[in-house]
Design a protein around this ligand. Structure first.
Ligand code: TRP
Ligand code: SF4
Length: 435
């Protein structure tokens, strides 16, 4: 595979391979009080998560940014992102949610008015009902937020057409608004670090792996706008400067660091470098934080490279991707409990063709959409999940039993959820930003 196409409905199978091919890191952080998604391999990869981890562990500020495509109906695949956002909010992150109305207009021909209607009716109400704290969450529209568009056209200067063709596979037929829309997403992800939105701080963007091209683009652009970079040298940790007037700028940075307790800072003007002889790789994050304080005085677009985590895309009940264009593949948060129940009972499982065979060979939970629902959404208890897995494999558990169990949990869950949804309506206006 050459590209990950964020606008296709591809379903990926081999996530480890995908990770290696695109240089995504394996996710193996031990997070405090993390929900099941984090420990079950559903979140399988990351870029730059060390920064956010550092913020969580040291109780430092960090931003959480995600976006919603205002088309179709909200289903359990979307819920997965919000479950993560809620966790980060509980850990102290401030939450910003972009309604991707420009992207929807560019790539799907949805009008801004329609996008607003879908976002409010279908998504935002559900977010609150899923437990996002209205006081600590803001939802804005790409088309309304000036800083997002400003970052798009200003920082777009550091990326060229060849790179866009290489990242996205854009060809001659692409419409120019569509070509521009990834830069808008760069604006979404970076603008929360502007002073107006809370200042430079680590940012986490939890996404499905289909969004990786946008993440790579954003991280590259952020790095290109930095005046300083870091790398290990034999003298110690090197801080390298990219601009003019090295003697003056580095002299000031040296002083800035010394005021913060750095004792061993050596300056090398011809190499445009400071060497921190008593620091090494494991200090990069704290050094970066201290350098950032200084850089921000000179560079309003100095951003910590945003971090992303990647989750597996949930398999639909019919075996293909869970998607609003195939209603039977998805459980929508607005499905009636009875409807949802029916869909689960009809789901594709990893069971064998006949009961006899199933008893003899055992089922295949790793190919089973019902088992996946258990793992991603329905069962918190790890020991019980393991039991389902093992008894499926050894043939003692049959699909009818699983389906009934899943259907009942979902039915109960939806009943409760719909009550919460009604209660959430009043809070919608509190989270919608007017700019
Ligand atoms: N491109 C995303 C999608 O297709 C939506 C989106 C817009 C987004 N801005 C974002 C996602 C910023 C994460 C971060 O669903
Ligand atoms: Fe899936 Fe359960 Fe059937 Fe196993 S027994 S294949 S887990 S539905």
């Amino acid at each position: 595979m050459e590209f990950i196409n964020p606008w296709s409905s591809q379903q990926y199978k081999d996530y480890a391979k995908l990770r290696d091919q695109f240089g995504i890191g394996a996710f193996d952080f031990e997070l405090p009080d993390a929900p099941p998604l984090f420990r079950r391999g559903v979140i399988f990869g990351h870029r730059g998560f060390e920064y956010v981890y550092d913020s969580i562990i040291h109780k430092q500020p960090f931003a959480v940014l995600t976006g919603l495509m205002p088309s179709g109906r909200m289903h359990f695949g979307h819920k997965m992102t919000i479950d993560q956002v809620r966790y980060y909010q509980e850990q102290g992150g401030d939450v910003h949610i972009a309604v991707a109305d420009i992207e929807a207009y560019a790539s799907r021909g949805i009008s801004l008015e329609k996008a607003r209607e879908i976002a409010v009716e279908e998504y935002v109400t559900n977010y609150i009902a899923l437990g996002l704290d209205p006081e600590k969450t803001e939802v804005y529209f790409q088309s309304q937020r000036r800083e997002v568009k400003d970052i798009a056209w200003k920082l777009g200067k550091k990326v060229n057409m060849s790179e866009f063709m290489a990242i996205y596979g854009f060809g001659g037929e692409a419409n120019m608004t569509h070509v521009f829309s990834p830069l808008i997403q760069v604006g979404d992800i970076l603008h929360v670090q502007l002073e107006k939105y809370g200042g430079a701080r680590p940012t986490i963007v939890p996404v499905g792996v289909d969004q990786d091209p946008h993440i790579r683009l954003t991280r590259d652009i952020a790095a290109r706008w930095r005046m300083f970079s870091f790398s290990m040298q034999k003298e110690g940790l090197g801080v390298f400067y990219k601009g003019e007037d090295a003697a003056k700028v580095l002299g000031r940075l040296k002083k800035h660091l010394e005021e913060r307790g750095y004792e061993n800072v050596k300056m090398n003007v011809p190499y445009k470098a400071l060497y921190l002889t008593d620091r090494d790789e494991k200090d990069v994050i704290s050094v970066d934080r201290d350098v950032m304080d200084y850089e921000r005085e000179l560079n309003e677009f100095a951003f910590f490279s945003p971090a992303a985590t990647y989750h597996r895309l949930i398999t639909g009940l019919t075996g293909s991707k869970m998607s609003s264009s195939h209603p039977d593949s998805a459980i929508f948060l607005s499905d009636s409990p009875a409807e949802a129940k029916k869909k689960v009972m009809r789901a594709l499982t990893g069971g064998r063709a006949t009961l006899d065979e199933h008893r003899r060979l055992g089922g295949e939970p790793d190919k089973c959409a019902v088992y996946e629902m258990f793992v991603y959404h329905l069962i918190d208890d790890d020991a019980y999940l393991r039991e389902i897995h093992d008894t499926c494999i050894n043939g003692t558990r049959i699909c009818g039993k699983c389906k009934k169990e899943a259907a009942n949990i979902i039915e109960e869950w939806l009943k409760e959820f719909h009550v919460k949804r009604e209660q959430a309506r009043d809070a919608v206006n509190d989270v919608l930003s007017t700019e």
